[in-house]
Design a protein around this ligand. Structure first.
Ligand code: PLP
Length: 450
């Protein structure tokens, strides 16, 4: 123990902490973050960074909110825990609030993470069909490039092979089709036609797979982690029609897109659709405490209410709906409303995209796209062939931004396992100056890397 205490924090970290999804590296030091305020974080050596990714796309109201700490403190002091086999006041209030935001049509099931929320949605979809006599409907249709979580079912729904192949066999019954990628659409076809064609591929897959076997389609309103792929509205609306036509449930994954990230309270509100289930996490508490939700249409819930044995949803988790997490979520939503963060998401997103527009002139920038306060910069080796930017080029841009005090992300899977799209998802509470800082760092870094 004594020797451990003599070691630096970095050495202790190296010896004891297994980091998430990070390749082992002898050379690079882990970033040990000690403080956060607004959009800025400070590491243990006092270096400050603007967190252009809000952690993992989640700290929507920014860091250091005393009100959120207070909400958690008060609730823990009063009543720290009760399982959701029972109920408690913050869970009831939060469910009511979410339903107000969702037009009062859903039952709220609590879990801990986005992965959990999606697992719950898959299980509900399967049981719902079984209880309606549709006993063959078990397959879940998802898209390539999508990310839906890391647990076995959620990973099975994920469409990024590099994250998956070492853990196979995963759950059976998960299918994938390609999403629309408007930047890479074929020549000679309009965006709308192309998006309708992509929706048609979902319908074809449903038919080829025998439509009586398909339980649900899951998709994000826009693919976030797979490279910020923004569909034309006709795509999402057509997918909903296809689902209805074939008795398939539509699950919308709002884990990133919810709570103002795309400039609406929920991402699916950009479209004229009514999902059967909606999953949420991250921005629900701005990640101050873990909490997730599967919102299920009330008419689906009805088929779980019969008196037949075992017709209830036989799913429980210890921490889901934790009272302090629910209290924090309520306060988080209150802050979002008080500070008009959904509108700010639109304003700041426009400011960001306008400021980044000039980067399009660089030979290695293929596309810049965004909606609300989420943006992607697609790096290419060649503008004409659209060959994805090399690992080295993308890595250097990210490292140079960090050297200048800006954290950005990378994502994509344009080619399996290949992240050539830089991502930005700063806190919705960012100031205009924060956004200008992001723009100025990116402009400098891009010009230095010409
Ligand atoms: N769904 C989407 C769209 C996500 O981006 C994520 C996480 O990044 C998840 C689900 C899984 O959430 P969690 O990491 O909380 O399990």
């Amino acid at each position: 123990m004594e020797t451990l205490q003599k070691q630096s924090l970095v050495e202790k970290d190296r010896q004891n902490v297994w980091h998430h999804i990070s390749p082992y590296s002898k050379e690079s030091s882990p970033m040990i973050v000690e403080e956060g305020k607004g959009s800025w974080i400070t590491d243990h050596e006092g270096n400050r960074y603007l967190d252009g990714m809000s952690g993992l796309w989640c700290v929507n109201v920014g860091y250091g909110r005393e009100e959120l700490a207070q909400a958690a403190y008060e609730q823990v002091k009063k009543m720290a825990y009760t399982p959701m086999t029972q109920s408690h006041v913050p869970a009831i209030q939060l469910a009511e609030k979410l339903n107000e935001m969702l037009d009062d049509e859903y039952m709220i099931f609590y879990s801990n993470s986005g992965s959990d929320a999606n697992e719950v949605a898959f299980k509900i979809a399967r049981q719902y069909h079984q209880q309606n006599g549709d006993t063959n409907r078990y397959k879940i249709l998802s898209r390539y490039r999508a990310y839906h979580g890391s647990s076995m079912g959620a990973l099975s729904a994920t469409g990024q092979a590099l994250r998956k192949y070492k853990y196979e066999p995963l759950s059976s019954g998960f299918l994938h089709v390609a999403p629309p990628d408007n930047y890479r659409k074929p020549e000679g076809i309009s965006v709308e036609q192309y998006n309708l064609q992509k929706a048609k591929e979902i319908e074809e897959t449903i038919i080829w797979e025998q439509k009586e076997t398909i339980a649900a389609v899951i998709m994000e309103p826009l693919i976030t982690g797979g490279g910020v792929l923004i569909p034309d509205p006709v795509y999402v609306e057509e997918v909903e029609r296809i689902c209805k036509r074939h008795g398939v449930l539509l699950i919308i994954d709002e884990v990133i897109c919810g709570f103002g990230r795309t400039g609406k309270s929920f991402g699916h509100k950009h479209f004229n659709i009514k999902p059967d289930m909606i999953t949420m996490a991250k921005g629900l508490t701005s990640a101050y405490l873990p909490l997730s939700v599967t919102a299920v249409r009330k008419d689906i819930y009805e088929s779980f209410k019969s008196n037949e044995d075992n017709s209830h949803f036989r799913h429980v988790n210890t921490f889901g709906g934790n009272p302090a997490a629910c209290a924090v979520a309520l306060k988080n939503i209150e802050i979002m409303e008080r500070e008009n963060l959904v509108d700010r998401s639109v304003e700041l997103g426009e400011r960001l995209l306008n400021g980044l527009d000039e980067l399009k002139d660089y030979g290695y920038v293929g596309d810049i796209r965004g909606v609300g306060l989420i943006a992607g910069i697609e790096i290419v080796e060649d503008k004409l062939t659209k060959e994805p930017g090399s690992k080295e080029r993308v890595g250097k841009l990210i490292a140079d931004c960090k050297d200048r005090g800006l954290i950005i992300g990378k994502n994509g899977d344009t080619v399996a396992g290949y992240n050539n799209i830089l991502t930005l998802s700063p806190p919705l509470s960012s100031t205009d100056e924060d956004i200008d800082f992001i723009i100025s760092v990116l402009r400098k870094v891009f010009s230095e890397n010409e």
